[in-house]
Design a protein around this ligand. Structure first.
Ligand code: C5J
Length: 225
């Protein structure tokens, strides 16, 4: 189980990690962001871009599980009484539908509602950590740090949506907390292809200032190597 693995094809240079101290974190693969008829689509986004990565994320999750590497899932959602939803977030952009309103899949981004849950294809197994987070970053106002400390995790492999919002924010939070961070390039997506490309470029610029990136196939191979 222990032992250092190296992903030679990672960018901007090879990525070494100890599998025994690694977790995969899948950010916000929720029905409201990914499925047709959800909140993401009501905001005018093309959700087919996000739907397309589901099989690749499934491959990453399966590879981690088979290697004994923990998988952590996050959901961006709020309490039903909205006590953890700042007005600045609820009102931003003056959208037709706001967080907490009745939407096509229940109340939008409210814990326990169908739309706030993870897509069935990537559903957490019993016992896997699921973090409900009120912010874009998964460390803000959650117990993620405690879980990672308990698990002895020092390296995080990132997947999920959207690349430049919740994935990048969480990666930056993790980087500041001393975690080694790797983004699975083809297991993340944005409604805006140019934002995904820019986020990946920013992450690995200046000698991996936020972290590394690599393809899912190379990551899964290294997890099993
Ligand atoms: C957004 C997210 N884009 N999960 N949330 O609002 O990236």
């Amino acid at each position: 189980m222990s032992g250092v693995r190296v992903i030679a094809a990672a960018e901007p240079f090879p990525f070494a990690f100890d599998r025994a101290k690694t977790a995969v974190i899948v950010i916000d693969m929720q029905r409201d962001f990914v499925e047709p008829g959800g909140f993401g689509e009501t905001l005018g986004n093309d959700v087919t871009r996000l739907q397309a990565i589901i099989p690749t994320v499934a491959t990453l999750i399966a590879g981690a599980r088979a290697a004994g590497v923990p998988v952590i899932h996050t959901r961006e959602c709020h309490r039903p009484d909205l006590s953890d939803l700042p007005p600045a977030k609820r009102d931003r952009g003056n959208p037709r539908l706001r967080i907490g309103d009745a939407g096509p899949m229940g109340r939008i981004l409210i814990a326990g509602e169908p739309g706030a849950d993870i897509v069935p294809e990537l559903y957490p197994l019993p016992g896997e950590v699921v973090i409900d987070k009120p912010g874009k970053g998964a460390f803000y106002a959650t117990d993620l740090s405690d879980h990672l400390a308990r698990m002895g995790v020092t390296t995080l492999i990132f997947a999920g949506v959207t690349t430049e919002v919740c994935v990048q924010t969480t990666m930056r939070e993790a980087n500041d907390r001393g975690f080694e961070c790797l983004l699975a390039e083809d297991s993340t997506e944005s409604y805006f292809p140019e934002f995904k490309a820019a986020a990946i470029a920013m992450i690995r610029a200046q000698g991996a200032i936020v972290g590394w990136t690599a393809n899912t196939a190379a990551i899964v191979e290294a997890l099993h190597g």
